[in-house]
Design a protein around this ligand. Sequence first.
Ligand SMILES: NC(=O)c1ccc[n+]([C@@H]2O[C@H](COP(=O)([O-])OP(=O)(O)OC[C@H]3O[C@@H](n4cnc5c(N)ncnc54)[C@H](O)[C@@H]3O)[C@@H](O)[C@H]2O)c1
Length: 331
Amino acid sequence: MEILAFGVQADEKPLIEKAFEGRHEVRCLDVFLTEDTAPIASGYELVSTSVNCALGNRVLQTLAAGGTQLVAQRSTGFNNIDLEVAERLGMTVARVSSYSPYSVAEFAWTLGMAVNRRIVRAANRTRDFDFRLEGLMGRDMHGRTAGVVGTGKIGEAFTRIAHGFGMKLLGWDVAENPACVALGMEYVSKEHLLAESDLVTLHVPLMPETQHLIDAEALRLMKDDAILVNSSRGGLLDSRALVAALREGRFTGVGLDVYEAEAGLFFLDKSLETVEDDTLARLVTFPNVLVTSHQAYYTREAVGQIVDATAANVLDYTEGRRSQNVLVPRS
Ligand SMILES: NC(=O)c1ccc[n+]([C@@H]2O[C@H](COP(=O)([O-])OP(=O)(O)OC[C@H]3O[C@@H](n4cnc5c(N)ncnc54)[C@H](O)[C@@H]3O)[C@@H](O)[C@H]2O)c1
């Protein structure tokens, strides 16, 4: 059976082909699954998708009408898929429930330290033979407080690194993680965490309860010189409220790997077009903001594990097995 994979990055394609070798043929498309591209899936029982594919009602209806039975999402997050509609249409939906949490945790630290130590500005200067230090002063992380919002797999990996820096550890989650407690993490209210942390990092999933978890009020609670990192999902953070706070000159730095309106922008070359999103356009102009395009997971290890798990999910489906990766089981 041939699988149709949407949103495949060039580096990812050989890994996908290898993972499915000897099992299934794969047709890899670089386009994302949207209302416009959904008709391509007609006749494909098996479809694989990535984070910036939009599987709302109409797309799922089109897939179902074309005979698609399985959606194998190549990520942990699945906020881009309407699971209720998929279930109603009798489709199976699977995701990759875990892969290297180090990929995202290490990247969150990369963003946090890059804004702290002004790495982009420094690199731009030395390229121009400007070797001044003015404006490049950062802060030691040792002895400061890290606030980890969401202490699951990625939050825990982030916490281990923060512990290595010698930081005080605050956590907020619906459930305490014993491994974080063992590292000395104190679980506190969200308000306490925001008010006390020098670095706040987001690692909860995006769901209705966490939409705009960091809104104007939450930003107001944070220290004026805090560092904020979001490498989870853009919708956790009210980006307009963030722009307003940054305009007031607040925060040492903000590192964003995700953006609430990233679909249709991230992973694509928009350099020759006029970007119409004024909030994003403003965000990238702040000297203390660093935006990357959802690349935190993008390591050889993590992508390898994602495609291997996706191939296993497809095999489980075709052989009628049920696994912990299944979000909507076969009806
Ligand atoms: N930028 C990237 O490339 C990238 C890659 C992978 C994952 N992510 C994001 O990171 C998130 C976390 O991944 P993970 O593997 O650590 O997941 P996980 O399930 O191990 O951890 C999530 C944590 O959030 C907590 N949580 C859930 N709902 C909550 C709520 N309403 N309030 C407070 N806490 C809540 C859970 O208890 C859990 O401890 C994913 O959901 C995904 O959105 C981003």
